[in-house]
Ligand binder design. Structure first.
Ligand SMILES: [Zn+2]
Length: 82
């Protein structure tokens, strides 16, 4: 049986393996699922990312200065060629 974790988006308890692990690195919150990053972590269903963002769940879990880096796709959209 997998360890159980609470999703910071929907607050449901689920298998740890069903969720991504978020870790705070400096003021950035990044996906620390694989390779598994050490440090303070929180768990989130991948599909609950929007809910978590709307609920300010990241800031509640990691503190007011934490900024969520939501993966390379978003950065590429911002920095990519027009
Ligand atoms: Zn969830």
């Amino acid at each position: 049986m997998d360890p159980q974790r609470t999703c910071i988006g929907c607050r449901a308890v689920d298998d740890q393996s069903a969720m991504i692990r978020l870790v705070r690195v400096g003021n950035d919150v990044v996906d620390g699922t694989a390779p598994r990053l050490p440090g303070r972590g929180a768990y989130l269903h991948e599909g609950c990312a929007d809910v978590a963002e709307r609920r300010q769940a990241i800031r509640r879990a990691f503190g007011p200065n934490a900024k969520w880096k939501r993966g390379p796709q978003r950065d590429m959209m911002v920095d990519g060629p027009r």
